[in-house]
Design a protein around this ligand. Structure first.
Ligand code: GRF
Length: 220
């Protein structure tokens, strides 16, 4: 008998490689989730082509179609509620999510950011890390709160900066780890193992609080 699949909505704006890693993890049976809806704020996002290829429903809901962030938020809330999704996965969604949306799905919205938060918030985190000259950076999956690139950390992966790196090669190395940890975190939600305790995330039974560079992960 097939087990329950966690219904999710994925929010995108661009190329959608993280979306693809979620699709691949579902299709290969590693991730017990079902993408009920993809929401894009941009009609030209390449991520939507991936939806077409895999028969995933999507809606384009640009903020500029609405008078206020509040109204845009209401449209997003409506779309997610209609889809039946229980977890909202921001995967390269390049707009600040309105506060009413965050309130409506408190502790049920996650984001991935290409740095070890709280370092290098905002745009081009990989370039910021490269320019700063750190020797270790990585990626972070966290719960979404109104403050940008903040909120309780769920998982992090550490990625080294190598001597011959450019900002581009570094970004590519980080991305490989994004594609590994994001499906893993969604699987933890599917297994009902993610709890928030005193403003911190606890993953029940997790082998690692931080997913290291070359880990033996559970199923990923
Ligand atoms: C990723 O680097 C992610 O960490 C950031 O936006 C980028 C999205 O890439 N939030 P993609 O659209 O998933 O390829």
């Amino acid at each position: 008998m097939e087990g329950r699949k966690l219904p999710i909505a994925v929010f995108v704006s661009g190329r959608g490689t993280n979306l693809q890693s979620i699709i691949d993890a579902i299709e290969s049976g590693k991730l017990d989730a079902e993408i009920k809806l993809v929401v894009s704020n941009r009609s030209k996002a390449y991520a939507l082509k991936r939806c077409e290829k895999h028969g995933i429903p999507y809606e384009v809901i640009p903020s500029k179609r609405f008078k206020t962030p509040q109204e845009w938020g209401e449209a997003l809330i409506e779309a997610v509620k209609r889809s039946g999704a229980e977890l909202v996965v921001l995967a390269g969604f390049m707009k600040i999510v309105p506060p009413n949306f965050i309130e409506a799905f408190e502790n049920r919205i996650i984001n991935i950011h290409p740095s070890l938060l709280p370092a290098f918030k905002g745009l081009d985190a990989q370039g910021q890390a490269f320019d700063y000259g750190v020797t270790l950076t990585g990626c972070t999956v966290h719960l979404v709160i109104p403050e940008l690139d903040s909120g309780p950390v769920i998982a992090q992966a550490v990625v080294p900066v190598l001597p011959n790196d450019t900002a581009e090669t570094l970004a590519k190395r980080i991305l490989e780890h994004e594609h590994r940890i994001y499906p893993q975190v969604i699987q933890w939600f599917a297994e009902g193992r993610v709890r928030v305790d005193n403003g911190k995330v606890v993953v029940l039974g997790a082998k690692y609080g931080t997913l290291p560079f070359n880990p033996q992960l559970e199923r990923f």
